[in-house]
Design a protein around this ligand. Structure first.
Ligand SMILES: NC(=O)c1ccc[n+]([C@@H]2O[C@H](COP(=O)([O-])OP(=O)(O)OC[C@H]3O[C@@H](n4cnc5c(N)ncnc54)[C@H](OP(=O)(O)O)[C@@H]3O)[C@@H](O)[C@H]2O)c1
Length: 380
């Protein structure tokens, strides 16, 4: 290990699908992605079901010498844990994150950070007061290609970006695959396309039309939306959002669990359209590994941009999924005493949540049973 390498010690809260994927990435040697300054260690995992399940989770990952807890409450008391990764369904994020923050732990929370913006604001307030690191795990933003695209936009290469289209949708036999109990459609687990998938469409629009501006110039968009509900549970199965940003730029964000986003390069799922040309980001947009730069042209004037058509591809190194880049960001922030990441700032997390709040208001989608409550502790 290089001298001066910082090791971040992780506690994993929940043992489901994404927890497993994230932990596999934590275990990949960071030098395979040229990260020589940070390392990760899983020191504990907790399951709300049983200690045995937590132990099985660690054993399946090949993690030895880590502690297995049968409650989340015990995990947050572990002095050896620097940061907790919360990987429960988003219905439970607010309660779980309060538990961690109140216990003085740094936190990385799966997306969406909470069910509504007010809950997110409270988490931010507590993190600020206690001087703890807190970040919504929007891993897409930490991909080298996402950074590259933001830099291209900020440099003015595309001219003025007028419009961003973004779609994240998956074809499913919804009744057969999800029924009424699956977290994707179960209102008790804050199910629905918007909070689970639509957040990625909004991520692309925000990281281009909002994040590339200096912080003082970032302003909330006006919002018009439409939502179709899944009859069996009442969650949203298809949602389309029009965003109008001050200065005239427009965003079109769509999401569905009935039909798929395009995987053809002819119809890219993200199109960033500037006066000098476009960037097409190819699927999967939550894990960007390729994009195309297309100079603007018209019949009278020919090619308008001074640059050429270009295709860019960059596979995820080390055989990983690509979640390790956000983990590296957490390590650097904790090491340097930074409580928030510039890549996913608190204010922007709350702004995206506010958009989703308004879209749910327009669509009449409310989560009951205390899921939207600000109270803590609450048994949701
Ligand atoms: N970043 C990404 O690419 C990505 C991908 C998928 C999902 N996600 C996000 O990650 C979160 C978890 O998704 P997932 O697919 O990992 O879900 P999952 O496979 O269902 O796992 C969720 C885990 O949460 C724990 N849990 C605690 N209370 C629960 C309850 N009442 N009902 C169900 N599970 C409960 C369980 O672990 P224990 O029994 O061990 O406590 C369960 O295994 C969601 O917020 C989702 O939006 C992110």
């Amino acid at each position: 290990m290089a001298a001066g390498t910082f090791t971040l010690k992780w506690g994993i809260l929940a043992t489901g699908g994404i927890a497993k994927t994230f932990c596999k990435d934590l275990l990949i040697d960071p030098t395979t992605r040229n990260a020589n300054d940070v390392r990760h260690k899983i020191v504990a995992a907790a399951s709300s079901s049983s200690q045995a399940r937590a132990q099985q989770f660690l054993t399946a990952l090949g993690v030895n010498n880590a502690k297995a807890y049968g409650t989340y409450e015990n995990l947050v008391k572990d002095d050896d844990v620097d940061i907790i990764y919360i990987a429960t369904p988003h219905s439970h994020h607010y309660q779980n994150a309060r538990l961690c923050l109140e216990a003085g732990k740094n936190v990385l929370i799966e997306k969406p950070i909470t069910v509504n913006a007010q809950q997110a604001e409270i988490l931010v307030q507590i993190a600020k007061e206690k001087g703890l690191f807190l970040m919504e795990a929007v891993w897409t933003r930490f991909f080298p290609l996402a950074k590259q695209i933001r830099e291209l936009v900020a440099s003015g290469k595309l001219g003025k970006v007028e419009r961003v289209w973004a779609d994240l949708s998956f074809w499913n036999d919804v009744e057969e695959e999800f029924g009424t109990g699956h977290r994707m459609v179960n209102l008790d687990l804050a199910g629905g396309a918007l909070l689970d998938l639509g957040i990625y469409s909004l991520t692309w629009i925000f990281q281009i039309l909002y994040h590339t501006l200096p912080p003082s110039q970032r302003s909330a968009p006006a919002i018009a939306s439409t939502m179709s509900k899944y009859e069996a549970t009442g969650c949203d199965e298809q949602t389309s959002i029009l965003l109008s940003f001050p200065g005239g730029a427009q965003g079109v964000a769509t999401t569905s669990i009935r039909v798929s986003h395009s995987s053809s390069s002819d119809v890219p799922p993200v199109r960033i359209q500037g006066t000098h040309g476009d960037i097409h980001v190819h699927a999967p947009i939550y894990r960007p590994t390729s994009y195309t730069l297309i100079p603007a042209q018209n019949e009278k004037r020919g090619k308008i941009a001074s640059w050429e058509f270009k295709e860019v591809k960059e596979e995820v190194p080390g055989g990983g999924h690509g979640m390790f880049w956000e983990a590296d960001e957490c390590a650097r922030c904790v090491r340097d005493g930074r409580v928030e990441s510039e890549g996913m700032p608190w204010e922007e997390t709350v702004s995206v949540m506010k958009v989703m709040d308004e879209v749910r208001r327009q669509g009449g989608l409310v989560y009951l049973g205390g899921l939207e409550s600000l109270e803590y502790p609450l048994d949701v």
